[in-house]
Design a protein around this ligand. Structure first.
Ligand code: AMP
Length: 191
């Protein structure tokens, strides 16, 4: 059992790397962004509550995210491990995740951080916006998402640095090179 969090600004390539890791290690993928988008599509009460916030480029409340994570773990208890993608995204979420893991008798081994510059992030998101159909991939909302990342999400790094579970990777490298850097980190943790 190995539990991993993939971290990085929007457009860092978390989704691409998550797909590769899920296949290689047979992990259960928990992408809070995808879960929220499905809730919006299905017009559930949670989706309706989150819709406006996401469209503005703000982060949804920690409370809502924690509810999603707990529910997903509880509904999928017998898996080889979890791959968190886009979570934790605030210091409070990082703190709460430790509690959740302990409660479920599990441990997060590492926060793997895909590091890219703000310019690359903005450029990739604008490109993706042309084809993704995501309402939050417009220029104004992208700027807001990057501000949210700098203000609220970056401090998460400090949390994991302090407990020696922060592993940075150059997210501007090729998909294959990034994948092999990540697998080297994970394989070492599994020894
Ligand atoms: P993503 O697909 O990960 O870029 O997420 C899309 C949007 O969903 C974000 O801009 C946030 O509004 C919301 N979101 C996803 N994950 C989180 C999280 N862990 N905490 C707060 N908001 C989140």
């Amino acid at each position: 059992m190995i539990n991993i969090a993939l971290f990085g600004p929007p457009g860092a390539g978390k989704g691409t790397q998550a797909d590769l890791l899920v296949k290689k290690y047979n992990l259960f993928h928990i992408s809070t962004g995808s879960i929220l988008r499905s809730e919006i599509e299905e017009e559930t009460p949670l989706g309706l509550e989150a819709k406006k916030t996401i469209e503005r480029g703000d982060l949804v409340s920690d409370e809502m995210i924690v509810r999603i994570i707990e529910k997903t773990i509880r509904s999928n208890p017998n898996v080889k491990g979890y791959l968190f993608d886009g979570f934790p995204r605030t210091y409070v979420q990082a703190y709460i995740l430790e509690g959740i893991m302990t409660r479920f008798n599990k441990k997060l081994c590492c926060l793997i951080s895909l590091e890219i510059s703000e310019d690359v992030s903005a450029k990739r998101l604008l490109e993706r916006g042309r084809t993704s159909g995501r309402s939050d991939d417009s220029e104004e909302v992208i700027r807001k998402r990057l501000r949210e990342y700098n203000d609220k999400t970056l401090p998460v790094i400090e949390y994991y640095q302090k407990i020696n579970r922060y592993f940075p990777v150059n997210g501007e490298d090729s998909i294959e090179n990034i994948h092999s850097q990540i697998t080297a980190i994970i394989d070492k943790q599994m020894l």
